[in-house]
Design a protein around this ligand. Structure first.
Ligand SMILES: Nc1ncnc2c1ncn2[C@@H]1O[C@H](COP(=O)(O)OP(=O)(O)OP(=O)(O)O)[C@@H](O)[C@H]1O
Ligand SMILES: [Zn+2]
Length: 720
């Protein structure tokens, strides 16, 4: 006798849907959310397929659950992401599902976040909480305890000691309705042409992917707002993806000035009931515009007609754990599936997107000039081989003089160094002991404001000792090299009367306070800003007329195939913060190698030269986008186990023509969080079916046992 069978995908790291019998009388459709027995538990899952068959041996579906049905397009997207990234299908599904939690009450909720205080006594449990709260996001007490895997009493203890502060979380409306006619902006001629072209393309039968390239300060935002307006006029939805930190108050205000309300925002800080309500409103089509971090790409939009990827070159779009996906690339896929237009916006596009334009896959719209007739900043290199910097200092005399002049005129200066903390390395003067992380092969970074040594890879924190832990000498620790905190110290000595601020992701008080500070800078309440990449991009500070780059060479020698591109983008972005207001800006770039192609292109203002040269280099080396890469990290708690497994995998590679497997080699970060890491790198020609090869190889590999893990990263962005 045949009966109905449902193949149910469960949002856990499982690659296949499991078959269940559908009880008589239960109305079901594909995409419905159901409850099913799994081992000894009841779990939620989504009906991936329905068929007739011999269902006698299968367990029965328990019932249907509330929540939106996942559309065929959404399921196709999830299947695709899983196929492309090799992540289990269930893990890809997990990114798209938010189940309502019937137990959560709507009464006053108390959130907590980290302060700058350290606990009197550090315990492993407390350390876990501090680590989990490191990002400064306000979370419910229960959430933080859960994330840290500790009991609520540990969190209470930290609240009592002032290490965590409490805030009450208000219930806000999900989002207002954007009005496309609210604040019609007068566009420049260039903006109008660009906006016209983009809005027209939305009406094509198959809307294209458009690369919107415009120099820093050209007004790309106003241009893509017109496409958003068009989507709203049609009653459809638009998604604006941003690197998380770019979700600034400034952006939200600009959106509100154009559309009358702020957009709905989706990122890791949106939690609890708010998250559930937003999820439902996006699925019903009630919310029209979402501005979100990469995770917003996986929401079940009812009728999406536009995806904007702002700052499309940003590395923050790549997720480096769990499902290793690149949100820009997946946005292009989602756009195709939804028949939605995709706009990739950047002042410094990725080589990948540029090449896609050359190949005719993307359309190209350019804004060559700054808005309002403003000029690009004048950029000059300071050759550190010629100009002496006094010992123990990091600002050259030329830079110091320029800062003085700038702030003397009542304008602002930004000093950029992409290094958090006080010093990247600490050692003992007496015994030369170097302070290293106990869990990672990395130096501990001194954070002087917090009086601690911190690992930037695993979050390990220890109090800076008075006596050397190795030889016992007192006050013998020496900081080596600069971080932003050390520059702040130098600035305070050089300009004692000026108001300065250090901004990095360590900023106490987290994202919300950071937003306040960014607004204060824009309002002119600070003279000198010292910052990492956090302040380097996306922001608009009208009074900032000088940008000083303290060490332009930092990223150039990293051994990453994208090192030159990344450095160029970063320097172009940070120097682009100068002169965005009424007054012209300039940038001074301290370097040991002014003749390096990256620095030379930056100083000459000739971005095209850099792109041509770098594209040629990639093509010759067969690197992306002219060839394809996948990185496999094999890790285990014992070095020998990781190495043996990596070698066993390497034995059975059997690469076909056009495929090379390199390694295994110890990963540059050989130890992270107590796990030893080996790496295999697959490099193929562009036409090769990389995923097909990886699957056939993995099928030949020995089974993963014990605590060994194999993590697969297609199109890796990180080579550590
Ligand atoms: N049509 C317009 N009318 C008035 N002001 C505008 C207009 N277009 C842009 N601006 C202003 O010009 C400045 C630069 O615009 P915007 O921030 O969009 O540049 P961008 O191209 O995104 O630059 P970046 O890539 O450096 O972030 C902003 O202060 C913006 O408010
Ligand atoms: Zn560590």
């Amino acid at each position: 006798m045949t009966s109905r069978i449902a193949d149910v995908l469960i949002p856990l790291a499982l690659d296949t849907a499991y078959s269940y019998a559908v009880p008589d009388g239960l109305a079901l459709e594909e995409g419905d959310v159901v409850q099913v027995p799994l081992a000894t538990r009841e779990v939620a899952g989504v009906v991936w397929g329905l068929r007739e068959g011999q269902g006698g041996n299968f367990k029965k579906i328990t019932g249907t659950l509330e929540g939106p049905n996942l559309s065929p397009k959404m399921r196709k997207f999830i299947d695709w992401v899983s196929w492309y990234t090799l992540a289990p299908k269930g893990s890809a599904l997990a990114m798209s599902l938010k189940f309502p939690d019937p137990d959560r009450s709507e009464i006053v909720r108390i959130g907590v976040r980290l302060t700058a205080n350290l606990p009197k006594r550090m315990t492993p449990a407390r350390q876990k909480v501090i680590q989990a709260a490191q990002d400064g996001v306000v979370r419910l007490k229960s959430e933080i305890a859960h994330a840290a895997g500790v009991s609520a009493s540990v969190v209470d203890g930290l609240i009592d000691e002032g290490v965590l502060e409490t805030l009450s979380l208000l219930q806000e409306p999900v989002a207002g309705l954007p009005n496309p006619a609210f604040g019609d902006t007068t566009l420049s001629d260039g903006q109008r042409d660009a906006a016209g072209e983009i809005a027209a393309a939305m009406h094509e039968a198959h809307p294209p992917v458009i690369l919107l390239e415009g120099v820093t300060g050209s007004g790309k935002t106003e241009v893509y707002f017109e496409a958003v307006a068009e989507a709203v006029r049609q009653g459809k939805q638009a998604l604006i993806l941003m690197p998380e930190i770019a979700l600034t108050a400034q952006f939200l205000d600009r959106f509100a000035a154009r559309f009358g309300v702020k957009p709905a925002t989706w990122h890791s800080g949106v939690t609890g009931r708010k998250r559930e309500r937003l999820y439902a409103a996006i699925a019903s089509g009630e919310v029209k515009v979402v501005a979100g971090a990469r995770s917003a790409l996986f929401l079940p939009y009812a009728n999406l007609s536009l995806i904007v990827v702002d700052e499309e070159h940003e590395t923050a779009y790549k997720q480096d754990d769990g499902v290793h996906y690149h949100a820009r690339d997946m946005a292009v896929v989602r756009g195709k599936i939804e028949n939605a237009m995709v706009v990739l916006a950047s002042a410094t596009p990725s080589i990948e997107s540029r090449v896609n334009v050359e190949r005719g896959r993307y359309r190209y719209v350019k804004l060559p000039e700054r808005f309002g007739g403003r000029s690009m900043p004048q950029i000059r290199a300071i050759d550190l081989r010629r100009e002496q910097i006094p010992k123990g200092r990091w600002l050259s005399p030329t830079l110091v003089a320029s800062v003085e002049e700038t702030v003397g005129r009542g304008e602002q200066a930004l000093l950029f160094l992409n290094r958090r903390g006080y010093a990247p390395l600490t050692l003992c003067r007496a015994c030369a002991h170097r302070y290293e992380c106990p869990n990672c092969s990395a130096w501990l970074v001194e954070h002087r404001f917090r009086r601690s040594l911190v690992c930037h890879h695993c979050g390990h924190v220890e109090r800076t000792p008075q006596a050397c832990v190795e030889c016992g000498s007192i006050d013998s620790l020496v900081p080596c090299g600069p971080g932003v905190e050390r520059i702040a110290e130098e600035v305070a000595e050089l300009f004692p009367d000026k108001r300065s601020i250090v901004l990095s992701s360590d900023f106490p008080g987290g994202t919300e306070r950071l937003r306040t500070e960014l607004a204060a800078i824009a309002a002119g309440e600070v003279d000198i800003v010292i910052g990492t990449q956090l302040v380097a991009k996306g922001h608009n500070f009208p009074l900032m007329t000088l940008v000083g780059v303290l060490d332009a060479d930092i990223g150039l020698t990293s051994g990453d195939p994208r090192a030159a591109e990344r450095t160029f983008q970063m320097l172009q972005q940070v120097t682009g913060r100068a002169g965005r207001g009424e007054k012209p800006g300039r940038a001074l770039v301290q370097t040991w190698q002014p003749e390096h192609p990256v620095i030379a292109a930056l100083v000459s203002g000739d971005a095209e030269r850099f792109y041509e040269e770098e594209t040629r280099v990639r093509e010759m080396a067969g690197l992306p986008p002219f060839g394809r890469l996948a990185s496999l990290i094999i890790s285990a708690e014992e070095r020998e186990v990781a190495e043996a497994h990596a070698r066993a995998m390497a034995m059975v590679t059997e690469p076909p023509p056009g495929v090379m497997v390199l390694g295994p080699a110890e990963a540059p970060l050989a130890l992270i969080r107590g796990r030893y890491r080996y790496r295999l790198l697959v490099k193929t020609e562009r036409e090769v079916d990389l995923q097909g090869y990886l699957r056939s190889w993995l099928a030949r590999c020995p089974k993963v046992k014990g605590n060994t893990r194999v993590s697969i990263d297609v199109d890796p962005q990180s080579f550590l």
